[in-house]
Design a protein around this ligand. Structure first.
Ligand code: GAL
Length: 518
């Protein structure tokens, strides 16, 4: 080939195939498996929502498709209304317990769609795992009001909210820091009446939560049962009642309650000691006139999954900090995920195992908190595995990377409606481990429609073929298989399905009995 011809071939291959991974060239663009969002309306996210009788209700219908969109809801209880343009449902839940099956309708210039949605007025909150964002892994010890507002804006602008992401959670370091000489953090930590005070980076909590609510999103706050939080800010010890009421008055919808310095108060740490502060906060939150879900953060101590629900937890962290987890041959999230995967028996509507945040995209370094966040070192395959594992485990889907730096690849991981459907499935079952060897992991999650989501994970360094037999998922005969990431039917298979899985990667499929041709 002449030099000119070679050059033309190279340019053409760059245009059509992306950059080659030849040394000297930038890495090839990672493959986006999630198909482009359709322009027609598509309602996403959970199909059920729990609220306590008479309590304020706020739900922004997650819906993708060209805007403007027109929303309406059939059979909506009279105490609720929907905003036609934003799709925000608000008002107060009906005063009596009961189930209200409504039909959400969405229409735009390209078409229309409808989906059934169940509002369950009762005692249980968190009927599906929470979805949202938490600021810890990007903001660490220096969150500000403006960071949190921007994250909320980005949740809308990026489209994440259209897939069901809803919570915007402040983590540690919003309160004052006892003894600090820093003018922004120090000063009196509580007012004369004992009410906890935010530091100057948070000038008005009510105005912040109002802003988040005006977007149809929910706001989360953080404290702990000890005198100090992990970053040594004021926490709730001996002020539990005042704090629960203050968080409610400020308008928060979620409380992450982090054990930290409480440990020093109960050195021996028997089960009673571990349960006591969570029982207390759990019962205080239950008595409020608004719903606040309780995310227990005590790193799985005392087998919290066995009692977290009884003390009022909506979710409970099952392990230490994922950002500090170090892997050997695999990145840290696998070991956290595998430990969490063994706890499938304890998760279900109203109470979820929480293996911690989704740390992808641009994210800070937990070992060097002052360093600017940078692009994740996880390979694309590892990121597909991460999100697949979390969804199969019905884990809360809380992203903790930088909301201002969401790139197409990260959004393709976070916003695949069929992957999210697995996480948010109505049955609320956590997937079971079907096989675990040094090279393979298979997780299987039964879904409400009778199908089974199966994740075939390659834990090895080389691509390999992984198969699942129908016997293993307690099915027989001819089954239809759908590739969930690609949202593509793969065909009908008898007795078994096998496929090539990339190194550290996953193939996530949905398996259901093959339909007969009419
Ligand atoms: C840790 C907790 C993290 C983060 C941090 C804040 O204990 O597990 O998720 O909240 O404290 O200091």
């Amino acid at each position: 080939m002449t030099r000119i011809l070679k050059c033309l071939v190279l340019i053409a291959s760059i245009v059509f195939l992306g950059l080659p991974s030849t040394p000297g060239f930038a890495q090839s663009v990672p493959e986006l498996l999630t198909p482009k969002t359709p322009l027609t309306p598509q309602i996403n996210g959970p199909k059920v929502y729990g609220v306590r009788p008479g309590h304020p209700f706020l739900y922004r219908i997650p819906c993708t498709g060209t805007r403007p969109m027109h929303f309406s809801v059939k059979n909506l209880p009279a105490s609720l209304k929907v905003d036609e343009l934003s799709g925000i449902i608000s008002g107060n839940a009906p005063a009596e317990k009961g189930e209200f099956v409504v039909t959400i309708e969405a229409a735009n210039s390209m078409g229309k769609t409808a989906r059934t949605f169940k509002i369950v007025v009762g005692d249980k909150l968190g009927l599906t795992p929470q979805m949202g964002w938490n600021g810890w892994y990007t903001l660490y010890d220096h969150p500000t009001d403006s960071d949190i507002r921007k994250a909320a804006d980005a949740m809308i602008a990026s489209g994440m909210a259209d897939y069901g992401y809803q919570f915007v959670d402040i983590d540690d370091a919003w309160a004052r820091k006892p003894g600090s000489t820093d003018a922004e953090l120090g000063g009196q930590v509580r007012d004369e009446a004992g009410n906890i005070l935010p530091n100057v980076r948070f000038p008005s909590m009510p105005s912040l939560t109002q802003y988040i609510h005006s977007l149809g999103l929910k706001a989360g706050i953080y404290s702990g049962p000890g005198p100090l939080t992990c970053a040594k800010f004021e926490a709730s010890y001996r002020h539990e009642d005042a704090d629960a009421h203050q968080f409610n008055k400020w308008g928060f919808d979620l409380l992450k309650y982090d054990m930290c310095s409480y440990r020093n108060l109960v050195k021996e740490g028997n089960l009673d000691d571990l349960q006591k502060p969570y029982k207390l906060m759990g019962s205080l939150l239950k008595e409020l006139d608004r719903d606040i879900v309780l995310n227990m953060c005590q790193y799985g101590e005392g087998d919290v999954w066995k009692w977290g629900r009884q003390v009022g937890g909506t979710s409970w962290r099952t392990t230490g900090d994922l950002g500090l987890a170090v892997g050997d041959s695999l990145p840290g999230f696998y070991s956290v995920g595998l430990a969490n995967a063994a706890l499938d028996a304890y998760a279900g509507p109203g109470g979820w195992n929480d293996p911690d945040y989704i740390l992808i995209g641009t994210v800070g370094d937990a070992n060097n908190r002052t360093a600017p966040p940078k692009a994740t070192s996880l390979t694309p395959e590892e990121q597909y595995s991460y999100m697949s594992m979390w969804s199969l485990m019905a884990s809360p889907l809380l992203f903790s990377g930088d909301m201002a730096k969401l790139d197409d690849f990260t959004l393709n991981i976070l916003c695949n409606s069929e992957v999210i459907d697995i996480d948010q499935d109505l049955l609320g079952k956590q997937g079971k481990i079907l096989r675990k060897t040094s090279l393979e992991l298979i997780l299987a999650k039964p879904l409400e429609d009778g199908s089974i989501a199966v994740g075939l994970f390659n834990l090895g360094k080389a691509p390999r073929t992984i198969s699942v037999d129908w016997k293993e998922i307690e099915k027989r005969g001819r089954m239809q298989v759908r590739d969930v990431w690609r949202q593509k039917d793969l065909g009908k298979f008898d007795d078994t399905f096998g496929t090539a899985v990339p190194a550290h990667g996953v193939v996530l499929v949905k398996v259901e009995p093959a339909r007969r041709k009419l």
